[in-house]
Write a protein that binds this ligand. Sequence first.
Ligand SMILES: [Zn+2]
Length: 213
Amino acid sequence: MAKFQEQLKEKAKELHLKEKAIYREKCPISPKMDGTQIFFSQSKISRLICKRRINTKDRLMKFGLITDPRCPLCMRENEDINHLFFKCTVSDNLLEYACTMLQMEKPSGNVLEVLTFVMKNFAGPAMRNLASRASFNIVAYSLWKERNARIFRNNTKTFQQLTKEVKNDIYIMLSKINKMKKTRKNILWAEQMGIDPHFQAKKPPSVFLDEGL
Ligand SMILES: [Zn+2]
């Protein structure tokens, strides 16, 4: 029995360290990153969510490491990956806020449904799509940080503080977009986002160049 307790303690230590490591992970949209690095798949938090490898309370409960299954954001429902990042009222409202800021439709559903929506609607290397994908990272990261702060340090931010944080991160991310292809859609989008990137004209087809036009 004592050995089992020891094993549990070890496991707890391991998991706790993992959580701390994730918590300490730099914001995926830090000022040091440029626009091209803001890929959905390059963010650790999103990768962990997609692979369901994140240590939410339901996982910790299975190991017998914790006894309170409640979501620290709403304190009403139990925390699992779908609830924490998508279904919780706090998460839903924060995602709604980010989607409104970027003037995009808000997905709803579980991890798989949201991921499918994101990949269907915001696929590809266009900066508009990168920014949309990055906004999901920003929201997920803010939620994870807030959840950890509430659990580990008993620190709680108000929803207004959370939206302010998300807004700042989105502004930082948008400010990193300094080049876009010159298309009507892109010009309109940049105007809506309040950014002023350099628009690169599309190269004319080589046939015109050959004819000196
Ligand atoms: Zn909740």
